[in-house]
Ligand binder design. Structure first.
Ligand code: PRT
Ligand code: MG
Length: 220
């Protein structure tokens, strides 16, 4: 038997929201990563297995060919870069937006107009740097790995750049969204070399997925 195709997913919303797409492609995952401790999951297709990795590690596994395919948020891809990766399909899952948020009462627009230098805490240094550079806003970026919402509350930063979906986390911490940087959703990524070497196995999968996310005749 030839080596199976390997698809890298992260636990949580990426896995949960990719599952129905796999089901529509006729692929069942035989274990649940939330209850199993296994990191390699078999599927109903003997030629396809799933590996469970951290969301921000998905592009790394695919770039080096340890996984042939993966599903990663646009936020993660923008930080990682796309070297060695082909991004054929926006799956439209795990949707949210990347935004600037500040404590209620902080006049962000005015600070920007005044040319103030802002301290901004974020996990998304690259995206934040490009955003503020394009606006001509001077910022000192502070890299955090999580709980960005805390930073302005405790005086570490004036603002944060983070992902927002319902807005509940911001509200719970008395922060307000003052700027939407971009909409975010998860994309299918493919190792470029695997796409050439295993085209026979990968191409049909890509066709099924693109048909599922934008069925012919439905797109405008
Ligand atoms: O959680 P962990 O540290 O393991 O890794 P991760 O946060 O990178 O993974 P995960 O599973 O939380 O997110 C995977 C991907 O889901 C991200 O890369 C995004 O592309 C996408 N996604 C969609 C989100 C959200 N929505 C989202 N709301 N990722 C994170 N959040 C967080 C956000 O950072 C904030 O803390 O949820 C909070 C805000 O949610 P609301 O609903 O309160 O606004
Ligand atoms: Mg998370």
């Amino acid at each position: 038997m030839t080596t199976p195709l390997t698809l890298a997913l992260s636990k949580g919303r990426i896995f949960i929201e990719t599952l129905p797409l796999l089901a529509q492609a006729g692929i069942r995952v035989l274990e649940d990563p939330e209850t199993s401790r296994k990191l390699i999951l078999e599927t109903s297709r003997s030629d396809l297995r799933i590996i469970i990795v951290r969301a921000s590690d998905v592009p790394t596994y695919v770039q080096y060919g340890a996984a042939d395919l993966g599903v990663a948020g646009k936020d993660v891809l923008l930080e990682h870069g796309t070297e060695g990766l082909y991004q054929p399909i926006d799956l439209g899952v795990a949707r949210c937006r990347m935004s600037v948020a500040v404590p209620r009462g902080f006049d962000y627009q005015n600070a920007v107009r005044q040319g103030a230098r802002l301290r901004v805490a974020t996990k998304y240094l690259r995206t934040a740097r490009e955003h503020f550079a394009a606006k001509g806003v001077h910022v000192d970026l502070i890299k955090l790995y999580g709980s960005m919402e805390l930073a302005p509350l405790i005086g570490l930063a004036d603002a944060i750049v983070d992902l927002v979906s319902s807005g509940n986390t911001l509200r719970a911490n008395d922060l307000v969204e003052v700027e939407q940087i971009m909409p975010i959703s998860a994309k299918l990524i493919v190792n470029q070399a695997a796409l050439k070497l295993k085209r026979g196995a990968i191409q049909p999968l890509l066709e099924v997925f693109s048909q599922i996310v934008s069925p012919a005749g439905v797109s405008p």
